[in-house]
Design a protein around this ligand. Structure first.
Ligand SMILES: C[S@@+](CC[C@H](N)C(=O)[O-])C[C@H]1O[C@@H](n2cnc3c(N)ncnc32)[C@H](O)[C@@H]1O
Length: 523
């Protein structure tokens, strides 16, 4: 909607996020629980063909009604805004750093019994807007001692990144010098590699056994999810056992995901109840979530998940299938860099480092594996301050591929909604995310059931740490509720490309279909 139209209607009230009645928290949930549905949010979870689970309206909903609220399980501030964004409430000041530095917490941690005599240089520059926020963050992470451990973990990540930058500057210099060597040397190195590979295969036949050429009709679409999951595990085992990709540093976007995972895992270890670190408003949310998943699981004959994290969708298989789709089908079975060269001939499958590095799998998992390596090193280094169970690649992947599919950007300034009429909200807010700054990422595990549409009927409005979901049009009972995953002002092809690259699905929303049809007519 044009700005002029927006101003013309400014006599209409700006919506404040309606306060929800707070209900007592429940410890367990079962089908026998007598949920007071009138006091729960008007949502239910259902399975939708091609989209997985989704949130549906449990009754008719009016435009402007709050349909859900959620508090974060894990969060991380963007690298660019570490000094300008409160680590707890996400207050953001782009012009100046916020006053309370996380490093100021060190004396408090020393009081709590940590005898770390040598004060080390604090690399992680996290800040808070107030002492109150700082205290809430410490409590959420399990108290002073655990907080010190968490700071040490983030510090270790920063130190690793810093030393990598120094090392790669050195390597660049060395490479510049060695590039003056004669081409003959390069050839010798290459042939030495080939000899080594031949030797490795002769010495360890079971390590390199794989089907070298599958028959021409082999189609990866025929591989079941279970089979693919088993192969992925073998590849990861080989990556981890052989310490591959440890010298690769993930880019800054990936490092944000690493920090988000670090936060989620740390909280998972230190907070016994995953809702412990959220505030009271979560209780109604918790009740609604439990009601939703109880009836969903019952309908699907599945048992209750051990945690909200387990209930979240992992996109690991979608991620691998998306890479498979990118392969040119004609070359899929012949090129040495295709998955066909790495189909296990027998189980257990132990691909060698050479096989992994020279294969299609290497391109698929390099980023995830280097992110794992970074977190694993930091995890080990920080265990001197606060010891946690070792980080396994299974645990890392479980969280990595869930956080990748389900994290929400924290945008600043928060979206403002204006009620234009009793049936419609100001639709200009649908575009606003494009002009807002992304200052961090959050996981709201109870809210991950909203699917995407380029013409959503629900808007996300951040209120401090809380994410509030507001209906932007009237929604009928049993209609699906959609939010938008990021900016939706781009042309249809770009929107679909971005969604396919980041979320591995093809958007078939009504707006995409209309715009695609128009494009087809045009050409
Ligand atoms: C935050 S989750 C949404 C809930 C998810 N459907 C579930 O079953 O848990 C995001 C994932 O849902 C799927 N998804 C969301 N919107 C979709 C859409 N419009 N079409 C197809 N898949 C969609 C994609 O796999 C995406 O990575």
């Amino acid at each position: 909607m044009a700005v002029g139209v927006h101003e013309e209607k400014s006599s209409e009230p700006a919506l404040s996020v309606a306060a929800c009645k707070i209900l007592p928290a429940t410890d367990a949930y079962s089908l026998n629980d007598d949920f007071d549905t009138a006091n729960c949010f008007p949502v239910q979870i259902k399975e939708v063909a091609g989209r997985g689970r989704g949130f549906f309206a449990a009754r008719d909903i009016a435009a402007g009604e709050t349909v859900f609220r959620a508090m974060p399980l894990a969060w991380a501030i963007s690298e660019d805004w570490i000094r300008n964004t409160c680590w707890w409430c996400f207050t953001h000041d782009c012009r100046r750093p916020l006053p309370i530095k996380a490093a100021q917490l060190v004396p408090a941690a020393v009081d709590s019994g940590i005898t770390n005599k040598k004060p080390h240089r604090q690399r992680y520059k996290g800040v808070f807007c107030s002492e109150d926020c700082m205290q809430k963050a410490i409590n959420a992470h399990g108290g002073c001692r655990a907080w010190q451990g968490y700071l040490a973990l983030l510090d270790s990540i920063e130190a690793d990144v810093h030393s990598h930058k120094t090392k790669s500057a050195r390597t660049k210099k060395q490479n510049a010098l060695s590039s003056r060597e004669t081409p003959a040397t390069v050839c010798e190195v290459a042939s030495a590699d080939i000899e080594l590979a031949t030797f490795a295969s002769a010495a360890n036949p079971e390590l390199v056994e794989c089907k070298p050429a599958v028959n021409a009709d082999f189609d990866f679409n025929d591989v079941s999810d279970e089979q693919l999951a088993t192969w992925i595990s073998f590849v990861w085992n080989a990556i981890v056992v052989n310490g591959l990709y440890t010298s690769v540093m993930p880019n800054s976007g990936q490092r944000e995901l690493v920090r988000l995972i670090a936060n989620g895992l740390f909280l998972e270890y230190t907070a016994s109840d995953f809702f412990q670190h959220t505030n009271k408003v979560c209780h109604q949310n918790e009740l609604s979530w439990k009601r939703c998943i109880t009836s969903y699981d019952a309908a699907n004959h599945s048992i209750a998940p051990p945690s909200a994290l387990d209930h979240m969708r992992s996109n690991e298989i979608d991620f691998v299938r998306a890479h498979l789709r990118q392969l040119d089908s004609s070359s899929a079975n012949s090129s040495p860099l295709t998955p066909a060269t790495l189909v296990p001939a027998r189980i257990p499958w132990k691909p060698s480092p050479l096989q992994i590095e020279g294969s299609w799998w290497s391109a698929v998992f390099e980023t995830a594996a280097s992110s794992f390596a970074l977190l694993d090193r930091a995890w080990t280094a920080s265990s001197k301050v606060y010891s946690l169970s070792p980080l396994t690649h299974d645990l890392f992947r479980k969280v990595y591929f869930r956080e990748m599919a389900n994290s929400f950007g924290v945008y600043d300034p928060p979206t403002k909604l204006t009620l234009l009429s009793s049936t419609n909200l100001d639709s200009s807010m649908l575009n606003s995310q494009c002009e807002q700054e992304c200052v961090g990422f959050c996981i709201y595990p109870t809210a991950v059931y909203f699917n995407h549409s380029c013409c959503p009927n629900v808007a996300k409005v951040r209120s401090g740490r809380e994410m509030v979901f507001v209906a932007t049009t009237p929604i009928m009972q049993d209609e699906e509720m959609f939010i938008s995953y990021g900016c939706i002002t781009d042309p249809v092809s770009e929107r679909r490309k971005r969604l396919a690259e980041n979320f591995f699905f093809t958007c078939d929303c009504s707006r995409c279909l209309v715009e695609l049809t128009a494009l087809v007519k045009q050409f």
